[in-house]
Design a protein around this ligand. Sequence first.
Ligand code: NAG
Ligand code: NAG
Ligand code: NAG
Ligand code: NAG
Length: 307
Amino acid sequence: MLPLRLLALLALFLAVWADCPCQEPALCGPILHRPDFEVFVFDVGQKTWKSYDWSQITTVAVFGKYDSELMCYAHSKGARVVLKGDVPLKDIIDPSFRASWIAQKLHLAKTQYMDGINIDIEQEVNCSSPEYNALTALVKETTESFHHEIEGSQVTFDVAWSPKNIDRRCYNYTGIADACDFLFVMSYDEQSQVWSECIAAANAPYNQTLSGYNDYIKMGISPKKLVMGVPWYGYDYPCLNLSEDSAGRFHQVWYDNPQSISLKAAYIQNYGLRGIGMWNANCLDYSGDAEAKQQTEEMWEALKPKL
Ligand SMILES: *[C@@H]1O[C@H](CO)[C@@H](O)[C@H](O)[C@H]1NC(C)=O
Ligand SMILES: *[C@@H]1O[C@H](CO)[C@@H](O)[C@H](O)[C@H]1NC(C)=O
Ligand SMILES: *[C@@H]1O[C@H](CO)[C@@H](O)[C@H](O)[C@H]1NC(C)=O
Ligand SMILES: *[C@@H]1O[C@H](CO)[C@@H](O)[C@H](O)[C@H]1NC(C)=O
């Protein structure tokens, strides 16, 4: 007869794996490997993930509908799969609300065999408001709960391209960085500060992008807590008045290409950042058309650190 303790363990094991949607039940287990270099990928849905460069991906943040096939596949490649976390900031001032929000996310992560959460709160916070400290507390408590409950789990937080309270987001950046595994720095939409008229310009200009990292590092955040987010999208500005008789059919288009991304990736290496990622991986053309295929490959290739 099996000792009681072993039976209990077996029952627990069966309960955990019983609902595993993967062909190989072990794929429902958490990812424990800690990569030296993060390639953090946002996925917004559908099946283009099948064409991603999985030799590089370390984390997929699922911002589309939950897809168990994606979870199983990512796990088979050793990549973490994380939830999206967003919550109205006025609610999190209440510690009991925070606790129930975290419990709910944890439950979701466990039932979907996810490896953590990416907290994406892109809301204004007044420096002297109660939300300021509540947000840091939310991140800290989420990290503690996830690390305690899901082995190897990862908790990350999305911040704007600069810590200078972009879009009126006054956050405790050093406190939040300490409270989670790393920050995903959204180095794009860098024109967002324009509250009046917007003039066509780059989405993520090189110098401005790097100045954001310099500022994060200057305030005491370790480069190892920073993952650089690059845009895999651009902006198409219809020209209002290019010339007197223009019918507005001229456009100015700004986007990042493999060259501009490689330059940013070189900074990552020189400054020892934790890794790279993009908003979002679905943006490329995965149709398989010969020209698209080559360009798409070059975009993925540009993420790699050059030796
Ligand atoms: C921030 O909050 C303070 C105190 O409630 C208020 O006086 C101030 O106007 C607010 N600032 C902004 C930018 O909302
Ligand atoms: C930021 O958060 C940390 C940890 O909670 C705290 O020690 C620090 O005083 C906070 N900094 C500011 C400027 O509020
Ligand atoms: C970017 O920064 C470099 C080094 O500080 C400077 O030489 C260059 O002129 C800058 N470029 C732009 C477009 O501001
Ligand atoms: C475009 O240019 C014409 C001629 O210079 C001017 O009359 C018109 O007001 C301009 N329109 C806008 C939207 O600036």
